[in-house]
Design a protein around this ligand. Structure first.
Ligand code: FAD
Length: 391
């Protein structure tokens, strides 16, 4: 089969890319290795309403499991700081529905989907990519002018295209989660728990859904004394008030790439979403960023295909667009992560005492200088903050 554009992976990034490409009249085929789009999820399903609105992305109402007012953050000793207002509204999605809807929109625009179809190799020949595929119909090949690598955190497309996509092990969070029914937590908020015995160099979460909750945590292996799964069991055992009547109905696990690499494009190849490791390095959220990267990539691809110029230099416009919008924020958030990773439990307690919800919101927006000033009276933290957060 010969196509103009082949999208590998039908997560939020792949289907958004397919929708945007097909809407430009580009012949687009999407392959997805799983038997069902959106399942099993590897995600807590939280998104910010404001973030979606900024991109003009509308979520089908059936894809929204619960509307959220804000976030409640808990220090290791249980001190609570609430963040609400200031664009803190959000949704906990039903990804299975949300992703299928996104795929249906791409199909409406003319994209063609093949499920249970895996890309197994990719070679360059006569200015096209030959992509080996494996499906229920056996092995076959698709020849494409442009390949969009939307194959998530375990992406192979970048490597096949000769890009250096491997980061340090310390740049991947291990995530594990139960979806649980019977959880007793305020359903208007997502709940985030911090502490080196709770989730070393990460955090634990409860994200309420329509009739269940995503309960999980992400850790960095380098700070861990046991498996993420053991930390999650311990977290549940230690919060009897929340979980005494709760039981799991699903288990999910996955990696979160919390660092970014350069080189998101190659000759006839663009990487989007987790394949390009574009998640927010502080909270690990990647759905909105994945879709945004695809909107940017499709715009550049549309022009490049018309000009019949799919050279790396031409496609680099996409990477430039991404960097113009996100590079500065991402690098500040990486510094903030470096600082947070050095904190001991007593420091989290100190921060819980001195920070309001509004301050934490500002931090998540990569506003760091006010924070350093605020730490003047806390010499033990000021040194760390000056080292890590100096702009
Ligand atoms: P994916 O959603 O991973 O999609 C990639 C797709 O490619 C998959 O469907 C896969 O099957 C397919 N694929 C892979 N290889 C091939 C191949 N060779 N051939 C064909 N198909 C292939 N983000 C948030 O915004 N909010 C959250 O609350 C949140 N919670 C998370 C919790 C956990 C535990 C984890 C692990 C991640 C979480 N994330 C969250 C991150 C979020 O899930 C990702 O950033 C997002 O899914 C990225 O979308 P994507 O389309 O790039 O990749």
């Amino acid at each position: 089969m010969d196509v103009e554009c082949l999208v590998i992976g039908a997560g939020p990034a792949g289907s958004m890319a397919a929708r945007e490409l097909a809407a430009r009249g580009i012949e687009t085929v999407v392959i997805e290795k799983r038997q069902e789009i959106g399942a099993p999820k590897r995600c807590a399903e939280g998104v910010s309403k404001h973030g979606l609105e900024k991109l003009g992305i509308e979520i089908h109402k059936l894809g929204i499991s619960r509307v959220i007012k804000g976030a409640a953050l808990y220090s290791p000793s249980g001190k609570k700081v609430v963040m609400e207002g200031h664009d803190m509204d959000g949704y906990v999605l039903e990804r299975k529905v949300f992703e299928k809807h996104l795929a249906s929109e791409a199909i409406k625009e003319g994209a063609r989907y093949m499920i249970k179809t895996q890309a197994v190799r990719m070679e360059r020949e006569n200015g096209r990519w030959n992509v080996g595929i494996r499906s229920l119909d056996g092995d076959d090949e698709i020849r494409a002018k442009l390949v969009i690598g939307a194959d998530g955190v375990e992406s192979k497309v970048g490597r096949w295209a000769g890009l250096k996509t491997l980061n340090r092990l310390t740049d991947y969070h291990s995530g594990i989660q139960f979806e649980m029914a019977g959880v007793n937590a305020d359903e208007n908020y997502i709940h985030l728990f911090f502490g080196n015995d709770v989730a070393p160099l990460g955090y634990a979460w409860i994200f309420p859904k329509a009739f269940s909750s995503n309960v999980g945590l992400g850790i960095l292996e380098k700070g861990a004394k046991m498996r993420a799964y053991d930390y999650l069991k311990k977290f549940i055992e230690e919060h009897d008030d929340i979980f005494k009547n709760a039981s799991p109905i699903e288990i999910n696990s996955g990696g979160v790439p919390v660092a970014h690499f350069t080189g998101m494009v190659s000759e006839g190849v663009m990487l989007v979403g987790d394949a390009a490791q574009l998640v927010n390095p502080i909270h690990g959220g990647g759905i909105t960023r994945a879709m945004h990267s695809s909107i940017m990539a499709a715009e550049v691809a549309g022009h490049a295909l018309k000009e019949d110029d799919l050279s790396r230099e031409r496609l680099e416009e996409y990477e430039k667009k991404w960097n113009d919008e996100y590079e500065e924020t991402t690098s500040k958030l990486m510094k903030l992560r470096g600082f947070l990773e050095k904190l001991e439990d007593k420091d989290f307690e100190m921060l819980a005492d001195m920070l309001e919800g509004e301050d934490i919101f500002k931090l998540t927006q990569a506003k760091l200088s006010f924070f350093v000033k605020k730490l003047i009276k806390k010499p033990s933290l000021l040194g760390l903050a000056t080292k890590y957060l100096k702009e």
